[in-house]
Every structure is written in structure tokens, then in C-alpha cells.
Design a protein around this ligand. Structure first.
Ligand code: BGC
Length: 748
């Protein structure tokens, strides 16, 4: 007891020492900033607030850098150029303030990890953190110390091309994984040379663009903003994210870039964010196009006053802040605060002491360990959607396979969107991986049939069918090219592009078992193809190591474990469709009357008056959280530690999970709750916890979750976060649809 007490006191004092050291460090930085601010001219201050897009030509910027007029560059990745620009700043500018170099390093720098949406399908914060770490180690090698990631926009619309960059539809999952990504990029200490400042984006509401059309308007009630949109950003702030980016969209009539509710009230006052905020590309100037500002000067004024610290690429701050301050329309205090926020991050990054890139003697770029990490991420992100008669994994009885489709050997497309620096020559495709590993054991017939995903030349269809006839199993690699998702890459139809669907129908005629492997940047409407295929593996855009990962999954060296981070609609008309919806007053029931079953001349009164579509029913194609394995898992014995809770209080929810199949595998166990009655209605289910559990065949484990009453809180009509007394349902299960159900009460 005594010993414990001493240890406790010891730990406590280490913690307090640690804490005061940290505080001292921070106080020192503020002193240094004070000293600098005193010496800075107005122009030098505005310089810090300005970011330019580098064209690679130092001479073009030399005078500006010398005059202290550039705080940051984006898109300069040549270390020699970076060092020369930095040298001018450090040796030839008056105050020797280092430049911060930025780049969109979204899911890898050179070694490309699966797209963020795919990483979300791992439900594994360790994988996501490692992805961020690998990206930072590689990008800092060339001098990038600031990345514009993670993108934390929650979206419920797979038409939106940027869903590929998102962590899916659920605020809790995106919070856990987004924070992990921040930790990965930023490392233990921003000052370490391999740390990159992260930038949470796009603040805020960008994923809610109407109709899933990029840059479009958003109307988001504050309660939805606070419950759905903001939580991942809050989690990133709590994880210490260094910077934030305002979003392109307007939100309830005010562009985010000039939105003081978001940038001041929420970010600074409520969350105490200490980093800085950068605009999105030209988004200050775009406030004029939005119809929110009459001219450039007003745009500069509104952005600065809203709390936008740094302007990306457009020169409105440089042109107008001077006169705006003189006219008293922007205060000097506002300017000083912005500069302070920017300098704080530059100090934290250690740039004043170590401004230059030191090219390492042995580069980690594309190193074995980085490739291995990317492969593991690709393995864990693939989601098995169907596996009739356990067709997968392919066993020894398979002697010949046909590999068909435009994405079997598409080194650039499998990297996905935002891979500015990934080199396709390093990509390992499924075709190459399967050939390398299995050509001595299997007869491999390759028939791409289509040149790319949108190809509409069906002249090789007969070759595909012939190849299928000669094979025991057909592997069809279909999907979307990388250019069909990402920024400004929205689609009104989200089916398989081109004539890929017809290709599946044709190949089906050969009568051989078909495995579909889909590579895409978003959920696709593949109901028909899923019916035709015997097995479906959703591989997303899996990155550099996608090929070997998929090969291991197909042949059973690895077992699929990914689960969908987003609901898959059957058809575009169901969008928005998401699991954490409200119940409505007329929820759909089991026996819906679908369009085909309505007799001609049916009277209005004979129809079922519930919320659904005549032609698509009410269910999605696959629910959020869904994903199969080669093994089977059995959930039994849900137990609640109590059935009545005080407030505050906590409850333990457990169940027994057993691997009842033949393969050692991971299962992602999910915890959902429903608050049955609220002063504002509550979603039918909300994810509150998840765990990746590995079990050997026949092994079982007790899975334990702790729920606190504060986890049950929501934003009420007064915009207060409250846990209301009443009845709650709780589920532990394999996805958002199935699971063991219990219930408890929170007492008044
Ligand atoms: C995108 C941002 C990106 C920026 C800089 C913009 O078009 O919306 O996400 O970080 O460009 O490249």
C-alpha cells in the first residue's frame, strides 16, 4: 500500500514536472514571439500571413523572401530549392524568420498507403497512425514540414469525389482515426526533424455539399454541425493538431473562410486551439464569387476579422491589410494574433534552430519497412462483401485462373487520388503480385479486355469469355480509375464506369465462379454485379502495395477484416443514406411493397404508408460497419454491469466473441447505443466504441466496453451538451445492423 502510494506520488510529481516543463517551454516561445513582434514591420507581419505556390524558380522569389514577405510556400519539394529559399530567409532577411514548406501529403508521400476512406475501413488507429508516420518520415526527407491532412469532413454522399479522402460517415470513427493520423504526422514532438505539422481540413461542413457536388452550398443546422460535423475536428484539436484549413463552402450563407462563428467562437473560444488557420486555395478571393464580399478589400477584411491567419496563394492580405488597418477596419491586435499563431507553430517545429533539410545518408523512401506497413494497411482495409460457398480463399484445387479487367494491372490508378509524389513505377499491381507468387503453381491467363475503367470498346469481350472458360476461377479487377474520385471529381451516377457491368454479364456466361475485386475511391452501386459474382472483395484504391495485399487475401495468406466506414447504397436515388439516421414517425417495416408487386389500378388506400422507396426499398446494399471474414464469429451472452445509471456514472457492457471457423482472424466488434427519447430526437443507432479482436479458430474472448453517461450526451435545443435521463438500447455486434441487444436506464 505504502509502496503504491510512493509510486503514485512519484508519478504525480513526474507528471507535474513534465507539465511545468512543457508550460515553461511554451512560455519561452511566447516571449520569443513577443520580442519578434516588437521588431517586425507591418509588411513583415503580413508576409508571415501570406503563402505562395512555388514555381520552383528561386530567382522569382528572392527579393520577396529578403523583404520578409513570404511566410510559407506550398508545393516546393526540391530540397536544394527549399534550402536555398530558406538560406535567403535566414541569412539575407532582416529578422531571419524561417519559411514553412507545405504539401498535400494525404495518404503517403512516395510510399502510398490506401486512400483515407480505405484506411478508415481498417478501423485500426495503429494502422492509420503508422500511415501518417511513414508519410512524415518520407516527406520531411525533402523538407516538407507541413501537410494539408487529415481531411476530417464527414460525408453522407458517395457522389462527392472527396469521399475518397474522408474517414467515412461516422463522427466517432473519424474522430478516433483522425486523431491517430494527426499523431502519426506530428510524431512525439513537432521539433523532431521527421515531424510534420498536420492540418485538419476542411473546417467546416465541406462534406455536406448539396447533392454531393464539390464546392456546393451547405445548409447545416447548428445541432447537426455540433453532433456530426465538428467532433472529428475537436478530437484533432485535443490530439494537438498544429493547423487548420478553412473550407471552400459557404455554410448557412457564410463562407467558412470568413466565418467567425467557426474560426473564432468554436475553434478559439470553445476549443482553445493554439495553432493557426490557413485558407483553402484562393478561398479568400472566392468569397467575392460566393456573393459575400463586394471586392478584394472586403474579402481580406472579412477573412482577417473572422480569424483566418494565413492566406493561401491569392495576395489579398498583402494588397489590402495595410489600408484596412489604417482605416480601422481590421485591428492591429487581429494582425498580431494571426502572426503570433503562425510563429508559434514555426517555433514548435524547431525551424528557427534547424531551418534546413538535411538529406539523410540512407533514405527511408520506399524502404522495406515502409512498403510492409503499406501492405498491412491495404490488407486490413479490404472489405469482403460476399463469399458464396466459401469460394475464397482460393485453395489447392484451383489449377488455373483467369485475370480479367482494367484494374488488374493499373499501377497509377490503384494509387488513388492525391498522390502527387507517388511513383507508379514502384506500384505492385495484383497481376504482377499473383504472377510473381503463383505462376509456377497455377496457369494464369491474363485478359484485361478493357484498357481503362471508362473504356467502351467491347471488342475483346469474347477473349474474356474464352479466358474464363479455360479457367477454374475468374478474378475480375474492376472499378474506377483514380481520376474519377478526389477534388472536383463528383459523379452523378456511381456505378461501374463504361461497360464493365456488361463485361461481368458476358463473363458469367462462361459458367465459372467469379471473384470481383473492386478498386474505387468511393462506394459504387454494384448490386447487380454482386448478384452475378460469387465473391466480392472491396479493395478501394489500395496504394503502392495493393497488389501483394490483394494476392495474400485471395490465396488465404491473409484473412479479410475490413469493415465499411460508410453505407453502400443500392442506387444513387437512396442518397443520402447513412446508418445513424432518425427514426421518423413512419419507419419502414419488414414487408415493404415494392414496385413490382403493386397490382395495376391499385387504389391509393391499399399502399403501405411508411418511409421507403417503391423501387429500392429502405435498406442499403451494405450497412455501415459491414464486412465478412473467411472465418465466422459468434456473438453471445451480452451482459450489462447494471441496468440503472446515475448521472454521472458508467456501465460495462460485455459479450462473448468466439471464432467458430477455421482461420485465425480479426473481428471488428462494434458498440452502438440508442437514446430512445430525447428533447431533440436521437438517431436510431450511434457508434460509441469498437475493438479489433484477433482470435484463433475456436478461441473465444470476453469483449468489454465501458460507457460513461457523458458518452450518451448530445446537443440540445439550447446548444448545451447534456445527457438526458431515460431509456437506452445498447448493441454489441459485427455491423450497424446486427448484434446483441440490451437496455438500461439513466436515472433523473
Ligand atoms: C484543396 C485542399 C488542398 C489545397 C492545396 C485545394 O484545392 O481543397 O484540400 O490542401 O488545394 O493543394
Amino acid at each position: 500500500m505504502k509502496a503504491n502510494l510512493i509510486i503514485a506520488i512519484g508519478t504525480f510529481s513526474i507528471l507535474t514536472i513534465g507539465c511545468t516543463r512543457q508550460q515553461e517551454k511554451e512560455a519561452k516561445i511566447e516571449e520569443k514571439i513577443d520580442a519578434l513582434l516588437k521588431q517586425m514591420t507591418f509588411e513583415e507581419k503580413i508576409g508571415q500571413m501570406s503563402q505562395l505556390n512555388s514555381n520552383g524558380n528561386v530567382a522569382d522569389y528572392k527579393e520577396l523572401i529578403k523583404a520578409g514577405k513570404i511566410g510559407s510556400f506550398l508545393n516546393e519539394i526540391n530540397p536544394a530549392t527549399i534550402n536555398e529559399m530558406q538560406r535567403i530567409a535566414m541569412e539575407e532577411s532582416r529578422l531571419k524568420i524561417p519559411i514553412l514548406f507545405a504539401r498535400d501529403v494525404i495518404h503517403g508521400f512516395k510510399t502510398i498507403f490506401p486512400i483515407p476512406l480505405a484506411q478508415a475501413a481498417t478501423w485500426n488507429p495503429l494502422i492509420v497512425e503508422e500511415g501518417g508516420r511513414v508519410a512524415a518520415v518520407e516527406a520531411t526527407e525533402v523538407g516538407i514540414r507541413w501537410t494539408f491532412a487529415p481531411m476530417l469532413d464527414i460525408t453522407r454522399d458517395p457522389r462527392w469525389g472527396r469521399i475518397a479522402e474522408s474517414l467515412g460517415e461516422d463522427p466517432y470513427l473519424a474522430s478516433v482515426l483522425g486523431a491517430a493520423m494527426v499523431r502519426g504526422f506530428q510524431g512525439n514532438d513537432l521539433a523532431e526533424p521527421t515531424s510534420m505539422a498536420a492540418c485538419m481540413k476542411h473546417f467546416a461542413g465541406y462534406g455536406f455539399v448539396e447533392g454531393g457536388r464539390d464546392y456546393n452550398t451547405t445548409m447545416i443546422p447548428e445541432v447537426v454541425l455540433r453532433e456530426v460535423v465538428l467532433p472529428p475536428f475537436k478530437a484533432a484539436v485535443d490530439a494537438g493538431v498544429a493547423t487548420a484549413m478553412s473550407s471552400f463552402n459557404e455554410i448557412n450563407g457564410v463562407p467558412s473562410t470568413g466565418n467567425s462563428f467557426l474560426l473564432r467562437k468554436v475553434l478559439r473560444e470553445e476549443w482553445n486551439f493554439k495553432g493557426f488557420v490557413v485558407s483553402d486555395w484562393a478561398s479568400v478571393a472566392e468569397m467575392i464569387v460566393h456573393g459575400y464580399c463586394a471586392d478584394e478589400k472586403e474579402a481580406a477584411m472579412k477573412a482577417a476579422n473572422a480569424g483566418l491567419d494565413m492566406e493561401m496563394v491569392t495576395p489579398l492580405y498583402a494588397k489590402h491589410l495595410d489600408s484596412l488597418v489604417k482605416e480601422g477596419k481590421v485591428s492591429m491586435k487581429t494582425i498580431d494574433e494571426a502572426v503570433r499563431n503562425i510563429l508559434r507553430i514555426k517555433f514548435k517545429l524547431g525551424l528557427f534552430d534547424n531551418p534546413y533539410v538535411k538529406i539523410p545518408q540512407t533514405s527511408k523512401i520506399y524502404s522495406k519497412s515502409h512498403l510492409a506497413a503499406a501492405k498491412e494497411a491495404a490488407i486490413q482495409s479490404a472489405v469482403l462483401l460476399k463469399n458464396e460457398k466459401n469460394l475464397l480463399p482460393l485453395g489447392n484445387q484451383v489449377k488455373s485462373i483467369a485475370i480479367i479487367g482494367p484494374l488488374a494491372d493499373a499501377p497509377s490508378d490503384q494509387l488513388g487520388t492525391w498522390t502527387l509524389d507517388g511513383d507508379k513505377n514502384y506500384t505492385q499491381t495484383p497481376l504482377k503480385a499473383i504472377q510473381a507468387e503463383y505462376s509456377n503453381k497455377l496457369n494464369i491467363i491474363y485478359e484485361p479486355t478493357l484498357g481503362y475503367s471508362r473504356d467502351i470498346d467491347g471488342s475483346n469481350f469474347s477473349k474474356a469469355v474464352a479466358a474464363a472458360r479455360r479457367a477454374d476461377v475468374v478474378l475480375m479487377f474492376l472499378g474506377e480509375e483514380s481520376i474519377l474520385s478526389g477534388e472536383a471529381r463528383c459523379r452523378a451516377e456511381i456505378n461501374l464506369p463504361g461497360i464493365q457491368s456488361q463485361l461481368v454479364e458476358e463473363v458469367k456466361k462462361a459458367g465459372k465462379p467469379i471473384v470481383l475485386i473492386i478498386m474505387a475511391g468511393r462506394p459504387l452501386t454494384i448490386e447487380k454485379e454482386c448478384i452475378l459474382a460469387d465473391a466480392v472483395l472491396y479493395a478501394w484504391h489500395p496504394g503502392t502495395m495493393g497488389g501483394p495485399a490483394i494476392a495474400d487475401l485471395l490465396f488465404g495468406k491473409a484473412v479479410p477484416s475490413g469493415k465499411l466506414p460508410v453505407t453502400f447504397p443500392k442506387t444513387v436515388g437512396q442518397i443520402p443514406i447513412y446508418y445513424n439516421h432518425k427514426n421518423t414517425g413512419r419507419p419502414p417495416h419488414e414487408n415493404l411493397q415494392l414496385i413490382g408487386s403493386i397490382p395495376p389500378g391499385a387504389k391509393q388506400l391499399t399502399m403501405g404508408y411508411v418511409s421507403y422507396y417503391l423501387d429500392a426499398g429502405a435498406d442499403p446494399l451494405f450497412p455501415f460497419g459491414y464486412g465478412l471474414s473467411y472465418t465466422t464469429f459468434e456473438y453471445t451472452n451480452l451482459q450489462l454491469s447494471k441496468t440503472e445509471l446515475n448521472n454521472p456514472d458508467e456501465i460495462t457492457v460485455t459479450c462473448q466473441l468466439k471464432n467458430t471457423g477455421k482461420y485465425e482472424a480479426d473481428e471488428i466488434v462494434q458498440l452502438y447505443v440508442r437514446d430512445r427519447v430525447g428533447s431533440l430526437t436521437r438517431p436510431v443507432k450511434e457508434l460509441k466504441g469498437f475493438q479489433r479482436i484477433r482470435l484463433k479458430p475456436q478461441e473465444s474472448k470476453t469483449v468489454t466496453f465501458t460507457l460513461k453517461t457523458e458518452d450518451l450526451a448530445f446537443w440540445n435545443a439550447d446548444m448545451k451538451k447534456v445527457t438526458e435521463p431515460g431509456d437506452f438500447d445498447v448493441w454489441i455486434g459485427p455491423n450497424s445492423k446486427d448484434g446483441l441487444k440490451g437496455s438500461f436506464k439513466v436515472l433523473p
